[in-house]
Design a protein around this ligand. Structure first.
Ligand SMILES: Nc1ncnc2c1ncn2[C@@H]1O[C@H](COP(=O)(O)OP(=O)(O)OP(=O)(O)O)[C@@H](O)[C@H]1O
Length: 411
């Protein structure tokens, strides 16, 4: 087989779970520069928007974003106002000069450029996560200021592949393995949802998600445009840098960025179908669609036996939604949801059998657990998910008399 042609993908053609060993994905490196016509197609949907924030670090991907977006906009008679934003995290002395270089390029392209500084406390642990949270907070503030509802980043197919590996290594479920979405709300830190505030209103757009990084670098080289090299991208203290270093060896085993990105797209498709099925389950159980937009802070009750009969994956997803709607602690970790959903299923198992034989619904099932600020209980055939009482009240409720139908949280 010639190295130049990609082997057929039987899983893709036939939908089989397992194909033969496809071997390494060592096709030619795709280093074709992106021309104006291709850029116009990538940005086409954005033309009617009033303003766009371009997130430009100074590295190759986002400098290519600035270059291509500016040329696309210049060719339009009417179109969005572009505002390039560079966040200086104050972590590297070279960052100020890199930001200035972005400013100089932006000026030649007729694009407004802002440098925003992260001035908050810098933690020693989780520095990259904190920097990322600060970056999105500053980008969202710039969007608000500019009257822009959209922030463009230059995430590439390689970033998508890295995200999939990163999440796989952390034990993510199917939704996480779907990788980054092309359009998504600006991420909040892992803080409670209300703290996200205004930030949640801006949308993040990733027009280069299918584009290999090599093509963006080739685009800049062909145009003679310089870009910065951020050494922290190779710093072995960071997981992402270590994964990046493994990329050639993984590609030699078949786990190329192209295949990982395709895997993410398949996971995204499956995830969308499962989310729809979860909507239908919620409707069947009589749960109003508003529950999809937390926080609600009210108790939700459903028929426990109907719940028990639903497929496990859908029960876990719906439990996650209901807990997020009842409490205000934000999305629940999948592992914790799985533990509670499994315990709940075990508590309901005996009752389901009696219910099918015609006996009144689940009079005997008892269950009580707290999860991410919500209390999950079963009594009198009803599954209730409600905001958990404050910790002290919870202890009293669990141990004290006068709380019929409940018992202490199971461990
Ligand atoms: N300091 C920053 N200021 C503004 N935008 C940023 C900054 N850092 C990252 N971004 C945006 O987030 C995207 C992803 O960042 P990440 O650090 O994962 O990628 P990268 O490979 O370093 O990208 P680049 O080549 O543009 O630096 C960047 O392409 C850019 O759009």
């Amino acid at each position: 087989m010639s190295a130049a042609c990609e082997p057929p993908d039987p899983a893709g053609d036939l939908g089989a779970d397992l194909g033969p060993d496809l071997g390494p994905d060592l096709g030619p490196v795709d280093a074709a520069p992106i021309g104006d016509a291709e850029a116009a197609a990538l940005f086409a949907d954005l033309a009617p928007l009033p303003a766009l924030i371009l997130a430009v670090s100074g590295g190759p991907d986002s400098v290519a974003l600035l270059w291509l977006a500016a040329r696309w906009r210049a060719a339009l008679a009417d179109g969005p106002r572009l505002v390039a934003v560079t966040v200086d995290h104050g972590l590297r002395p070279a960052a100020a000069a890199e930001a200035a270089a972005v400013g100089a390029l932006a000026e030649t392209l007729g694009v407004v450029h802002l440098v925003l500084r992260w001035t908050g406390d810098k933690p020693t642990a989780g520095l990259q996560e904190a920097a990322r949270a600060a970056r999105y907070r500053l980008l969202a503030a710039a969007a608000r200021e500019a009257g822009a509802g959209h922030i463009l980043t230059a995430h590439t197919r390689d970033d998508q592949a890295e995200t999939v590996l990163f999440r796989l290594a952390r034990g993510s479920g199917l939704s996480g393995l779907a990788g980054m979405a092309r359009v998504a709300p600006v991420p909040c830190a892992s803080s409670p949802l209300p703290a996200c505030g205004e930030r949640a209103k801006a949308l993040l757009l990733r027009p280069f998600l299918d584009i290999p990084k090599t093509r963006l670098v080739a685009t800049l080289r062909a145009a003679g445009i310089a870009f910065a090299d951020d050494p922290s991208n190779r710093d072995p203290r960071f997981t992402r840098s270590r994964l990046r270093r493994l990329a050639p060896a993984l590609a030699a085993e078949g786990l190329s960025p192209a295949r990982l990105a395709r895997f993410a797209a398949r996971m995204r498709r499956a995830d969308a179908a499962l989310e729809e099925a979860t909507d239908r389950l919620a409707a069947t159980l009589g749960i109003a669609p508003e529950v999809a937009s937390p926080p609600l802070g009210t108790a939700l009750r459903v028929d426990a036996i109907a719940w028990a009969k639903a497929p496990e994956e859908l029960r876990i997803r719906l439990l996650g939604r209901l807990v997020a709607a009842a409490a205000t602690e934000g999305p629940v970790e999948l592992g914790k949801l799985e533990i509670v959903a499994t315990a709940l299923a075990a508590a309901l198992a005996g009752s389901a059998t009696t219910a099918e034989s015609g006996t009144p619904v689940a009079p005997d099932a008892r269950f009580r657990r707290t999860l991410a600020g919500a209390m999950v209980t079963v009594s009198n055939g009803r599954l209730t998910i409600a905001p958990a009482p404050a910790r002290r009240d919870r202890r009293n409720a669990a141990g004290g008399p006068g709380t019929p139908g409940t018992r202490p949280a199971q461990t």
